[in-house]
Design a binder for this molecule. Structure first.
Ligand code: ZN
Length: 429
């Protein structure tokens, strides 16, 4: 590949990189085996924390058109078994958007979004047009194929607002990304999943939805989510969050404003009740008795059977803010390399580079804007996609450790040694 072609390929992959959406993944749902069912049944609670006020019926929705979690069928089955074992509810499992028709929804007391991805209601082949739903009426009439999805969306909002329940597991927060009202109702939208092993802090030990944790820190391996807009302590009641200092996290922090990473919460929406828990990527999570008790209690809150404090938590205490930010400052920050996809596709092995970070003026005579470097580490230019970078700016002049991949190439007669940074942190001086 010539340099020019390489640059074209890199630029194209930069332009089309969609961080957070793993759309190239092949669906591979796994049906639970008899051994799985045995393990799930053994882990499920014998009884529910509250007696249902009336027979309860749950709709488990499994439509996934983005990344398809292999755990979806097992997770859905877990809730069917949970309702049976505890005698607390009956379950219908469906991936059909028509389940949300108002006439059909009437029979249900709560809906569970089981790691749904992509658009909740828009058919896969029309997902690109979904933007039009957010621009009307200024854009004229809704395209025909979006009329029904728009009705089904309204039906979901009406269902919850009217006083019924909504529960979200894991990728429920990675669905209908552009539909802000859904994000507001659920209480957060997926930002990234940098971590795999954490210690959870029990934020409100007296809350009955947290009874499973017995006021003890809870350690778990799963795909851990971070959240962006619509996540807010001003609106939600945070049940559990990541104890950063205890978690020994060695990968990037990507929500640097307050480094607040919730795991589960309660939310009020109209007269309705919402429970969300980001755990549930891994099959094992559905065989963890503590998580299953947390799920069941949260679901019973959503049904309206278990009374629980859902008042907004309010801002982080100054003490927590200092603790979070100190932990994050000592840990790796996302270096925000300009080309996530090109970076991932690079065959180079990720390595650690240590040195004093220098700031560079934009080099004169550079014709490709993508080559506009702003930083240097030793003999390597730090590639940032031609962008200034806050994480890097903050560490200029200091010893740093950068984790990244390297690319060496010749460009316009000049030999370039580039470092594509993924993670950065202060190093010992
Ligand atoms: Zn996942």
């Amino acid at each position: 590949m010539t340099v020019n072609r390489l640059l074209t390929a890199l630029t194209a992959s930069l332009l089309f990189a969609l961080p957070g959406l793993a759309q190239d993944q092949k669906p591979k749902p796994q049906r639970p085996t008899p051994q799985d069912i045995e393990k799930i049944n053994a882990a499920l609670p014998e009884k529910a924390p509250a007696t249902p006020k009336q027979p309860r019926k749950l709709l488990v929705y499994t439509k996934a058109t983005g990344f398809v979690h292999s755990s979806i069928p097992l997770g859905a089955k877990t809730f069917e078994l949970m309702g049976q074992k505890a005698g607390a509810f009956t379950t219908v499992i469906s991936d059909d958007p028509e389940s949300f028709a108002p006439e059909n929804l009437k029979q249900f007391d709560a809906i569970l979004m089981m790691s749904t991805t992509g658009s909740l209601f828009v058919p896969k082949d029309a997902e690109k047009k979904e933007d039009l739903l957010y621009k009307n009426p200024t854009n004229g009439p809704i395209p025909a194929e979006l009329v029904r999805p728009a009705q089904l969306r309204q039906s979901l909002l009406d269902f919850v607002r009217s006083g019924k329940g909504l529960m979200g597991i894991h990728a429920a927060a990675d669905s209908s990304y552009k539909w802000k009202e859904y994000g507001t109702m659920l209480g957060g939208q997926f930002n990234g999943h940098p971590w795999g092993h954490i210690v959870m802090r029990i934020e409100d030990p007296a809350n009955p939805v947290n009874a499973a944790f017995e006021n003890k820190p809870f350690e778990i391996s799963d795909e851990i989510y971070t959240f962006r807009e619509t996540y807010s302590r001003d609106r939600q009641h945070i049940l559990t969050s990541i104890d950063l200092a205890a978690s020994k996290i060695d990968k990037g922090f990507n929500r640097p404003a307050d480094n607040d990473y919730a795991v589960s919460w309660l939310n009020k929406y109209g007269e309705g009740r919402v429970f969300y828990c980001s755990l549930g990527h891994a099959e094992n999570t559905y065989m963890n008795p503590v998580v299953l008790r947390h799920y069941l209690a949260g679901l019973q809150f959503a049904f309206g059977d278990l009374a629980a404090d859902a008042q907004p938590s309010g801002p982080l205490s100054p003490q927590r803010l200092v603790e979070n930010n100190d932990t994050a400052a000592a840990g790796f920050q996302d270096a925000g390399a300009g080309g996530e996809k090109a970076y991932r596709d690079s065959k180079e092995k990720e390595q650690s580079f240590t040195g004093t970070l220098e700031a560079l003026p934009q080099p004169a005579g550079v014709t490709t804007t993508m080559r506009a470097h702003f930083y240097k580490l030793g003999d390597r230019l730090v590639f940032t996609g031609g962008k200034k970078n806050k994480s890097l700016d903050a560490l200029v002049g200091k010893p740093v450790e950068i984790r990244g991949k390297t690319i060496d190439m010749e460009l316009e007669g000049q030999q370039l040694h580039e470092l594509w940074p993924a993670l950065i942190r202060p190093a010992e001086g």
